[in-house]
Ligand binder design. Structure first.
Ligand SMILES: [Zn+2]
Length: 111
């Protein structure tokens, strides 16, 4: 499945940071390029996290948009998709980001 390597990377980070504590919930910032669908990611994570400190952990995904900078008009900001057109002047812009994976927070069970 598409989410598998992403999910494995997140789980690795969770297990490492938790250092033996039980994890109840995590928040993960994921670039839109990964197209991590919440339900699919949660199901995959549930499966992979069995018998780890993150067994039964709730996954909250926060999507990070692409960023762009326009050479024509100087506009910069965020784009929800990879269509590389400047919203200000319709010139083709350079798009970056969207491929981040950041484990933003962990909530430990019983805390
Ligand atoms: Zn522009």
């Amino acid at each position: 499945m598409h989410e598998s390597p992403l999910c494995a990377a997140v789980l690795d980070a969770v297990v490492h940071r938790a250092n033996g504590r039980r994890v109840a919930e995590i928040t993960v910032a994921v670039g839109v390029a990964h197209r991590a669908v919440d339900v699919a990611f949660q199901q995959m994570f549930d499966h992979m996290a069995e018998d780890t400190v993150a067994d039964g952990c709730v996954v909250v995904l926060r999507e990070i948009p692409y960023r762009f900078g326009c050479a024509a008009c100087g506009q910069s900001g965020e784009l929800a998709d990879a269509l590389p057109l400047c919203p200000a002047c319709d010139e083709v812009v350079r798009v970056s980001g969207g491929d981040e994976i950041v484990l933003e927070s962990l909530t430990y069970a019983g805390s």
